[in-house]
Structures are given as structure tokens and as C-alpha cells.
Design a protein around this ligand. Structure first.
Ligand code: DOR
Ligand code: ZN
Length: 347
């Protein structure tokens, strides 16, 4: 039985770091295990211009603990006013790694997102020309579409037509949550990859809703039926180069989660690697953990994999993680997988 594995240091291809005091509280948790992360731009106000991204990157770098080996990979938030030239210049300067598409109203701080996709085609066409990836929150927001169907309807009615219109566009369909998403990413003719979160591999909608409602499991896209969780597990552990880790670790204060109208988001950065080793061991695929966390993502983004390593060891004693993190503005709850984690990150 394998009880110790060493993999190249992982990267997180979808992360929310927030800003200010919250950022200072959560950034060290990601920097401890991850070498790079694609940083989401849904601040208030959002990161829409190259100038915004530069200033945000400076704030992140200033908040890094001394000696941390971590590079933030910046993104721009696509709006109907985004200028193709601004995007191209930010890419040429090496400032941004991707552009993020939020359908307006899809999730936290997505009010400035895109309502009419055709209106951003000039930006998307430019991105296709220069090889800059588009990260997509793939859910429709129309009120008549059931929240559990929003990903599938998005793929069929928005994403597939988009990839037909602009076949050279490099797309990352983020945080896929359904077997439909898995099948689409694996088989689509377009230049597409998909990220999968830690929590969607570990929980399904029963965990969120049976025996009481668990607000810390509420996220978007919402967790689906167990059969979809199984499809995600098969995809993540398959080693297929189109699937890789994007934790979507998305901290919100407990006060914003444990309330009559709670925010969507799961904070999983600190214990993600222990969770993933647990999942990959359960699926008999520990030998493919490195592909998911450390190889497929860099290959997709045209970057070298990290040379530093991370070692995980399985011990009888469970790994201890704090259930709650104190921030200056109040407590923040860590993702609870609902059972002990025996894989420890040892160096
Ligand atoms: O659960 C989520 N939280 N999904 C998102 O798409 C956004 C994120 C956040 O920013 O809190
Ligand atoms: Zn996200």
C-alpha cells in the first residue's frame, strides 16, 4: 500500500484571493502548497483593466509571507466595455494569463458581467488571434432555467455555439459539475479544457441538504446529484490532459454564509491537497494525482511544470486543520469533507 507520494508542486487554476484583510488571511494558505494560481477578478469593483490587474498583483505580492514561493497569475474581468487593445497589451506585457467571462448575474460579484455575448466578440476574436485563454463560468442565468440545469443549458446554448463561431478560441470551462460538462470537455472539437474543484469531488447535493441545510457547502455552480460527482471523480482521476485542478476556494465570512440569504463559496485552500489525496486513493489513482494538480494545467497554459516538489504521507493519526480561521473581520469556516483526512502534507 502506498503511504507516501512526492509530486511536483501543484498549481491552482481557479482561486479567489479577495482583497485587504481577507486576502492577507487566506493568501498564506494557498502559498504554502501551491506555486501558482489563476486569480479571479471578481473584486468589488472588479479587475477590468490592465491597470487594475497590475495594482491588484502588487497588492497580492505585498501580502505574501516572506520567502513564499508563489506567483499570482492575473485575469481580467470581461465586460461589454472591455477594449481588445487593452487586453492584448496586458497579455503582451505578460501581466495577464487569461480573461474571465461571468454571465451577468451568475454568481458573487458578477453584476458587471456579460449579458450579450455577441457584444464581446471583438475581444474574443482578438484573444483567439493572440492565443489568450478565456476562463468561463458556465451557467445560464435565465430565471426559467432550474439552478441544477444551468451548466448543461449553458453548454448547449452558449458554449457550443461560441466554439463553433470562434473555433480558435482557447477555453477553460471552469468548475465543471455535471457528467454533461465532463463529456463535453472530453469530446468537443474546440480548443477546450475543464477545471474541477476539490469540493465537487467530495460532496454532492445530499451532503448539502439531507438532515439540515449546510450553508458552507453552498457554492456555484451548485453541487449536483451523486452520479455527477462520480463522473467528476472519473474525469479528475483519469489523467486526461483536458482536466485539471481549479479549487475555486472562495472565502466568505461566516456572517455572510450563515444567514437567511447566504453567499456562494467554499473555502478549501488549506486542506485541498489532503482532500485530493484521499479522493485519488479511494479511486485507486494516486499515481495520477500529479497529472491533475501539477502537470495538465501548466501544459494547457503553455508553462513549464514546477520543479519544486510536495510530499504527502498517509498516517494513522488524522491531519489536523483548524475548523475556523480568524480574520480581522470575523471567523471564516474551512471546507469540512465530513470525515477524517489521513494524508498529511509533510514538505
Ligand atoms: O461558489 C462560488 N463562489 N462560485 C463562484 O462562481 C464565485 C465564488 C465567489 O466569488 O464567492
Ligand atoms: Zn470561482
Amino acid at each position: 500500500m502506498t503511504t507516501r507520494i512526492t509530486i511536483r508542486r501543484p498549481d491552482d487554476w481557479h482561486l479567489h484571493l479577495r482583497d485587504g484583510a481577507m486576502m492577507r488571511s487566506v493568501l498564506p494558505e494557498t502559498a504554502r502548497h501551491f506555486a501558482r494560481a489563476i486569480v479571479m477578478p471578481n473584486l468589488v469593483p472588479p479587475v477590468v483593466t490592465a491597470e487594475d490587474a497590475l495594482a491588484y498583483r502588487d497588492r497580492i505580492e505585498a501580502a505574501l509571507p516572506d520567502g513564499a514561493d508563489f506567483t499570482p497569475l492575473m485575469t481580467l474581468y470581461l465586460t461589454e466595455r472591455t477594449e481588445p487593445d487593452d487586453v492584448q497589451a496586458a497579455h503582451a506585457d505578460g501581466l495577464i494569463t487569461a480573461v474571465k467571462l461571468y454571465p451577468a448575474g451568475a454568481t458573487t460579484n458578477s453584476q458587471s458581467g456579460v449579458t450579450d455575448l455577441k457584444s464581446v466578440y471583438p475581444v474574443l476574436e482578438r484573444m483567439a488571434e493572440i492565443g489568450l485563454p478565456l476562463c468561463i463560468h458556465g451557467e445560464v442565468t435565465t430565471h426559467d432555467v432550474d439552478i441544477f440545469d444551468r451548466e448543461q443549458v449553458f453548454i448547449d446554448t452558449v458554449l457550443d455555439p461560441l466554439l463553433r463561431d470562434i473555433p480558435e478560441l482557447k477555453v477553460t470551462l471552469e468548475h465543471i459539475t455535471t457528467s454533461h460538462g465532463v463529456d463535453y470537455v472530453r469530446e468537443a472539437a474546440g480548443d477546450i479544457a475543464g477545471t474541477i474543484t476539490t469540493h465537487h469531488l467530495m460532496i454532492n447535493r445530499n451532503h448539502m441538504l439531507v438532515g439540515g441545510i449546510r450553508p458552507h457547502y453552498y457554492c456555484l455552480p451548485i453541487v449536483k446529484r451523486a452520479e455527477h460527482q462520480q463522473a467528476l471523480r472519473r474525469a479528475a482521476t483519469s489523467g486526461h490532459p483536458r482536466f485539471f485542478l481549479g479549487t475555486d476556494s472562495a472565502p466568505h465570512l461566516d456572517a455572510a454564509k450563515e444567514t437567511a440569504c447566504g453567499c456562494a463559496g467554499v473555502f478549501s485552500a488549506p486542506n485541498t491537497m489532503s482532500c485530493l489525496a484521499h479522493v485519488f486513493e479511494e479511486e485507486g489513482a494516486l499515481d495520477r494525482l500529479e497529472a491533475f494538480t501539477s502537470l495538465n494545467g501548466p501544459a494547457r497554459y503553455g508553462l513549464a511544470p514546477n520543479t519544486a516538489t510536495l510530499t504527502l504521507e498517509k498516517r494513522d493519526a488524522p491531519a489536523i486543520y483548524k475548523a475556523k480561521y480568524d480574520t480581522p473581520d470575523g471567523p471564516l469556516t474551512l471546507f469540512d469533507p465530513g470525515h477524517a483526512l489521513h494524508w498529511h502534507v509533510v514538505d
